[in-house]
Structures are given as C-alpha cells and as structure tokens.
Design a protein around this ligand. Structure first.
Ligand code: ADP
Length: 489
C-alpha cells in the first residue's frame, strides 16, 4: 500500500457553479473519508436550497445558448472532455479508490468506462436526426424535430462515482441539455474532478454544474417542485426512486430511473463450469458485490450444485481482501458500517433458517469495513438474503431441477435489471433469453456493461435506458410540424 500523501490539482474542495468555484452560502462543509481506514481525504461544501437554486438558474441561462449551438461544437467540447479524462486517468482512478474503496485496477477500468460514454455521445451528438414523413394529404408536409428537453437534474450513487455521472451528463450535453448534478455524499470528489476537467475542456459555464450536499432530500424536493427542471435522471435505491417518481407527478417532470436489481446467475447442468466460475467471480465480487448488476443469487442445477459450490469456494478463498490502493487487492472495503450490518443480518438470518457457510461468513480480521468473501449453500427462495439486494461479497447458492423451475425462480422478483445464465445448448439459449424478465441478459458471461448497448431494467428496476444510441433519446422531445404548402396560382 502506498503511504505517500496524494496530492492532485483535481482534488477540489469547492463546487463548480456557472464556471466558478463556489462554497455554500452557509459556509458549511462536510468531510469525505476513506472507507478503507476512515482517514480524512478532503472536505466539500454542504450546499443548501439557495445554492441549488443558483445552480438551476445558471443551467437555465446556459440552456438558451447551448440548445442552439451547433451539434458539431457540442461534439468537439465532449471530445475535448474525453481526451482530458483519458489524460488524467491515473489521478482520477486514485481519487476514486480513495473515496470509494474499490481496487485501483477496478477504478482504472471505471474511469475508462466513464470516458467511453463521453466519446460515444460526442459521436451521437451529430446523429440526432429528425424525420420527414410522407404526408397524409397532398398539400401537407410532415416533419419531426428532436429537441433537447431542457435543464436536467442528475442524482448519482456512490458505487460508480465516475461512470454514473458521464452516463447521464454526456448524452444530456450531446442532445443540447444542461445539467445540475448532485453526486452521493460519500463520493463527491470524483464528481468535482470530472467537472473540473469539463471546465478545462471548454464546456461553457452553467452547462454542467455540480453541487455537493448532505441534504439530498431538499435537493430532491427542489428539483421535483421547480418547473425550471425538465428532467430528472436518478441512479440509486428503489425506495428513493419511487419517492422521486411520485414527486415528479406534480409538474409531469420526465424521469429516468436506474434502480436496484436482484440478479440471478443460472448454471445449467450442460454448462462449462470453468467459465461459469470465472463469470461468477466477475459478476458477484467486483466492487465487493456493490453493483446493481451484481449476482444476488446463484441458481444451480442440483446435479452439479455441490461441485459448483466447492469450486466457487476454492476460487473465492484465493481473493485477496485489502485496501484498494494495494495492487494485489481483489476486494476492498464495503462503503460503510451500515452496509456491513446489512450483510451480517442477512447472513445470520439465512444461517438460522438452515443455510450453511461454505467459506467466509463474517467480518474480516482486518476490521473496519472489510468483510470476508463468502459462499453460502442450502439457500431457499423464501430467505431474505435472496429476496433483497445484498450489496456485499456473499454468494448464496440455490438448487433447481428443471429449466422451467430455473426460469420461474429467476423471474420470481419485482426486480428486473440483469440476469446471467450458462448453457451450451443453443435451443436453451433462445428459450431462456426470451423468458427472462430482465432488461439485460448475460449468456456465458458475467460482464455485460458497455457504452454501446442499452443499459436499464424492467419492473421495479427502472425506466429508460442509458448508453447506446437509445441513451440520448431520453434527453430529447419530439416536435411534429405540419406544414401546408399552397399550389402555385
Ligand atoms: P444508497 O442507499 O445506495 O446510498 P440512495 O438511493 O439513498 O442509495 O442514494 C442514491 C443517490 O440519491 C445519492 O446521491 C443520494 O444522496 C440521493 N438521495 C438520497 N435520498 C434522496 C432524496 N430523498 N431525494 C433525492 N435524492 C436522494
């Protein structure tokens, strides 16, 4: 682990509003701590309603000129931002690991993933075409314009402090919208570093503002009440997403939601077990199990479930737990004490209902926010550990006896974000892909996220899609123009 103090001109202690570094009107700040050891990394403004209003006014003002700027100019600004992120990826990855905890290797991958959205939408900005429709009457001409929705409020979580921001801000800016972003209070420093790079890249004042606060509720109330805001894009818990969606009804504000998941990982008895174990490690233990597409339950055919459990435990026992700054670390700390308590409670309930720990099973001897990667066998569908999102490094294994039963178990949830399945049977590939009630399906892979494909969930996992050419459409409105053309006299 590096013990040298880290300094970077990307580490900011103020917010960027209208191109200026701003404090809160109250002068109050809050601290950002390293989840690996609790040490102080920095402080940022604890903004309040007046500060949020200033940021919204700034974004409204910027919208008037940004919406009518040339698509090629918006594209060029995003390309410059992309280049700046890539040029500063090492510093950004370090800031990310310091405040979030994930291994540096994963932070680097996240920064490149975050940058990929900026590059992708720099390209898409130029392809936001309208339509000319063959008319319904000979004297009419029918045109459809795609126009930016307006000011967007983006609310982002702590588990992907960089990618969740660019996945919203890049398509919004490409479409001609302006954004006020409120990052999670646990991880505001990555957001401030990204907006600093946007500012350096020539993205004009007010087009992208970032406000930091511990009072998310007031921000949520303001952006749903204030008619300056045309759209909200939220990634976070299902409970808060539902509250925001209900509050959006008052102004009929558009909302995109990327909420919790309960991903099944189905291993059929014809699967390549080696590759299933590899996929299981990636889909379950990345970011210490703290992603919304993380596997939440392994459904394994009963003929191979014991073999799968013992091979998975062997692989899991080799994962190295430690500070994200240590190059050998595979699993960093959980984000906070609440996260640890939740994992412990779910585990102990499952054990007292008959589940058995195959490896791990408790807090790590390093103390702090570290938890042992764990494999749990004999899990039943009615246990809370497979009905709720664990958001920790615990792999519960359930058994099934037929394809029909596996699909039934997989779909028996109100969540519908990601699902994974392993089979070598081509007919089964089609049957299962079509039957899974999920927005994203991984076949023989545990890694599914990419900027080129539409990411999002069905049922209570959300509304709308991020990434791909679909991701920009949520930031646009269609306007149909019906024109009468007179015959020549
Ligand atoms: P988690 O429990 O994983 O932190 P949350 O849904 O609470 O998930 O947080 C996701 C994001 O939503 C964070 O930026 C958080 O500050 C913000 N948030 C939390 N409560 C509210 C709220 N009432 N209104 C708006 N945003 C909120």
């Amino acid at each position: 682990m590096s013990s040298e103090p880290f300094s970077s001109d990307l580490l900011k202690s103020r917010c960027l509003v209208h191109g200026q570094w701003a404090c809160s009107v109250t002068g109050k700040t809050f601290s950002v701590n390293n989840p690996a050891d609790g040490s102080l990394i920095g402080t940022v403004p604890d903004m309040v309603e007046d500060d949020f209003s200033d940021a919204l006014d700034s974004s409204k003002e910027a919208f008037y000129y940004w919406k009518s700027s040339l698509a090629s100019d918006r594209s060029a600004a995003l390309k410059a931002w992309h280049a700046a992120i890539i040029a500063n990826q090492d510093a950004l990855a370090r800031i990310l690991t310091l405040e979030q905890g994930k291994p540096l290797r994963e932070s680097r991958a996240e920064i490149r993933y975050a940058a990929s959205f900026v590059e992708w939408y720099a390209e898409e900005a130029k392809r936001l075409n309208g339509e000319i429709i063959p008319p319904h009457q000979s004297s009419k001409r029918v045109l459809v314009l795609r126009q930016p929705v307006g000011v967007v409020a983006a609310i982002t979580p702590w588990n992907f402090p960089a990618a969740m921001i660019t996945r919203k801000v890049a398509p919004a800016l490409a479409a001609g919208c302006t954004v006020v972003c409120k990052p999670a209070p646990q991880t505001p420093l990555t957001a401030l570093a990204l907006v600093e790079l946007a500012n350096r890249s020539g993205i004009p004042p007010g087009v992208f503002n970032v406000v930091t606060t511990t009072d998310a509720e007031t921000f949520g109330r303001l952006v749903t009440e204030n008619s300056l805001v045309s759209k909200i894009s939220f990634t976070g818990s299902t409970a808060i997403g539902k509250k925001l969606m209900a509050a959006c009804a008052q102004n009929v504000t558009r909302i995109s939601l990327e909420l919790g998941g309960n991903a099944p990982f189905i291993v059929f008895d014809d699967a390549d077990v080696d590759s299933a174990i590899e996929g299981a490690l990636l889909s379950k233990f990345r970011n210490a199990g703290q992603t919304c597409v993380c596997t939440n339950r392994f459904l394994v055919h009963r003929r191979i479930s014991q073999e799968f459990a013992s091979r998975l435990s062997l692989a899991v026992s080799n994962l190295k737990v430690g500070s994200g700054l240590d190059v050998n670390t595979d699993i960093g700390p959980l984000i906070d004490e609440n996260a640890l308590n939740k994992v412990e409670t779910l585990l102990s309930e499952a054990r007292s209902s008959g589940a058995s720990v195959v490896c791990g099973g408790s807090r790590h001897s390093m103390g702090g926010n570290f938890f042992q990667p764990t494999v749990l066998a004999g899990v039943k569908p009615n246990m809370r550990i497979v009905q709720e999102e664990i958001f920790g490094p615990v792999a519960p294994i359930l058994e099934f006896a037929s394809e029909q039963e596996a699909i039934y178990m997989a779909n028996s949830t109100r969540s519908g974000l990601a699902a994974y399945f392993y089979t070598r049977d081509f007919d089964r590939f089609w049957r299962v892909s079509e039957a899974l009630e999920y927005g994203i399906v991984g076949h023989n892979t545990g890694l599914i996220s990419t900027e080129i494909a539409p990411f999002g969930g069905v049922k209570e996992s959300g509304l709308g899609r991020e990434g791909s050419h679909h991701g920009i459409l949520d930031y646009t409105e269609l306007k149909y123009i019906c024109a009468e053309v007179k015959r020549e006299e």
